[in-house]
Ligand binder design. Structure first.
Ligand SMILES: Nc1ncnc2c1ncn2[C@@H]1O[C@H](COP(=O)(O)OP(=O)(O)OP(=O)(O)O)[C@@H](O)[C@H]1O
Ligand SMILES: [Mg+2]
Length: 264
């Protein structure tokens, strides 16, 4: 998305080298990416190329070996810089659904009334209000992942970081949640960095698709996705969609083969 404001995320020449017993392993190489305010950026690339490595550093869970990553704070100091959603249902089993959703707000000392109001709003949005008092083991995988996603949204972070958030779900549930994500994002216009193995998902959701090379991951190509919004699952049937998929896949396929050869 073209924007006048300075980028929300600036990453410059980011390299990550892991020291292992077998010697150094490059997790990411000279990776530079700016993400605009309110932009939805999807990152795709073969397994092991460094997508999670990048996201963990964005989240501040790990540090680059060299290079810099910055998330520009917003005007509201009460807002967290980022919230992360991982592939595994990262919910607390000993907390109820509503307590899970309100967790970030609780950590930041928000009043019980505000926590409940915000959590109920998000539960309603994704059809989980009836399950507010349930524990995670009493709900399905798709529901748990909804809980993880709205917990991040309830935090109202400057940047939402998602690492294959729908990767563990069955195909039908995944489609329903893609549709939900589209609707929510089109209302909130949060800055999002979204990692996925699904090229269709990346094109459907993103303003831009970033293609990474096989290990050690570098930025290979950037594709602007100008498909009209609001988008829905039906957007995938547009000829432009198919054209984009063909163009990106032609490039991605070679990297996937390279990554597989490396494993042999
Ligand atoms: N903690 C670690 N210690 C050593 N090497 C690591 C560590 N984490 C990741 N790596 C290596 O860094 C490279 C990038 O890993 P990363 O998990 O970022 O890949 P990815 O793109 O997220 O892969 P996938 O699509 O399978 O999730 C891989 O070669 C991996 O083996
Ligand atoms: Mg990963």
């Amino acid at each position: 998305m073209a924007t006048e404001a300075p980028p929300r995320i600036v990453s410059r020449d980011v390299t990550k080298v892991y020291e292992t017993l077998r010697g150094p392993v490059a997790g990411l190489m000279d990776f530079s990416l700016d993400v605009g305010d309110g932009e939805f950026v999807c990152v795709v690339g073969p397994s092991g190329c460094g997508k999670s490595t990048y996201l963990r550093m964005l989240a501040g869970l790990d540090r680059p070996t060299s290079g810099t990553i910055e998330i520009r704070p917003g005007d509201d100091p009460g807002k967290p810089l980022n919230s992360v959603v991982f592939q595994e249902y990262a919910v607390f089993p000993w907390k109820t659904v509503i307590e899970n959703v309100a967790f970030g707000l609780e950590m930041r000392g928000r009043s019980k009334a505000e926590r409940t109001e915000r959590a109920e709003y998000w539960l309603e949005r994704v059809g989980l209000r009836k399950f507010a008092g349930h524990y995670p083991h009493q709900i399905s995988g798709g529901m748990k992942q909804r809980v993880s996603i709205i917990r991040a949204l309830a935090n109202d972070p400057e940047v939402l970081l998602m690492d294959e958030p729908l990767g563990a779900l069955d195909a039908q549930t995944r489609i329903v949640l893609q549709d939900e994500l589209l609707r929510i994002w089109e209302e909130t216009r949060k800055t999002v960095v979204y990692i996925t193995h699904s090229l269709d998902e990346a094109i459907l959701l993103g303003d831009r698709v970033i293609l990474m090379s096989a290990h050690p991951g570098r930025l290979l190509e950037t594709y602007r996705i100008d498909l009209e919004r609001p988008r829905t699952i039906d957007t995938m049937n547009l000829p432009e969609f198919g054209e984009l998929r063909g163009r990106i896949w032609a490039r991605l396929a070679g990297e996937v083969s390279r990554a597989m050869e490396q494993q042999e």
